[in-house]
Design a protein around this ligand. Structure first.
Ligand code: PXP
Length: 252
């Protein structure tokens, strides 16, 4: 697949994190006086040029609630991408809500955000079953992986449509010139291998208004999923300007 431009998926989890900081007890009541509302912010992000909205209802429901995903499904104008742990409970929820795509991620209760990539090769049978069940009802599947040969090849064998390459190690190394070069090279090689294996290449984690100048040159990029930097900027300048600026920087 080659787009005229790289697509932007806006991850709105952090809006829900802010809401939960005060309204944890009333989570299912959201949408009345409870703010900020991640669904409302998603619609504004779409208006500003987002090509899709990403949400990650975690097992511990620490930020996005299942009710948010249901409400978003009913009014989203673009594409709904739901990140999820590889569990039957989450699969059943996905089959019920039918996001346009799911992105299977590793989930660890202790982490603040998703840390490492998914161990696809080591959990092959479970991930393959979840992939097939989702695809059977028309949900596309992405696997969030480190740019590692074994994981890329396993993702392709499983039959996922997409991989999302984990850019976290690169983002963390950004201000260490030699380490950054190594991590960027891994992403480039990973993207080429994924593309050669028939996978559509997305990427995400830790992408911001500075490193985007380099990230956008990873070959074969279809879509970037960006959360923290866009939501942080929106606190100061509003979601409209935050999304528009990122879309503009992503242009080649
Ligand atoms: N992609 C995946 C699979 C993620 O888990 C996350 C973090 O929730 C992101 C993208 C977005 O990362 P960030 O918030 O650092 O932009």
């Amino acid at each position: 697949m080659s787009n005229a431009r790289i697509l932007l998926g806006v991850n709105i989890d952090h809006i829900a994190t802010l809401r939960q900081a005060r309204y944890r007890e009333m989570a299912d009541n959201c949408g009345k006086m409870i703010e900020p509302d991640p669904v409302f912010l998603s619609l504004l992000a779409e208006k500003a040029g987002a090509d899709g909205i990403t949400v990650h209802p975690r097992e511990d429901q620490r930020h996005v609630q299942r009710g948010d995903v249901v409400r978003l499904r009913s009014c989203i104008q673009t594409r709904l991408n739901m990140e999820m742990a590889a569990t039957d409970d989450m699969l059943n929820f996905a089959l019920e809500v039918k996001p346009d795509s799911i992105c299977i991620v590793p989930e660890n209760r202790e982490e603040v955000s998703t840390e490492g990539g998914l161990e696809v090769a080591g959990n092959y049978a479970r991930i393959e079953r979840i992939t097939k069940e989702a695809q059977a009802v028309g949900i596309e599947v992405s696997l969030f992986i480190d740019p590692v040969v074994e994981q890329i090849e396993a993702s392709s064998r499983i039959g996922a449509e997409f991989v999302e390459l984990h850019t976290g190690a690169y983002a963390n190394a950004y201000y260490e010139a030699s380490e950054r070069k190594v991590e960027f090279h891994r992403l480039i090689e990973g993207a080429k291998l994924a593309h050669d294996n028939g996978l559509v290449v997305n990427a995400g984690h830790g992408i911001n208004y500075v490193n985007i100048h380099e990230v956008k040159h990873i070959p074969h990029l279809n879509e970037l999923n960006i959360g923290h930097s866009i939501i942080s900027r929106s606190v100061v300048y509003g979601i409209d300007e935050a999304v528009r600026e990122m879309v503009s920087l992503m242009g080649i």
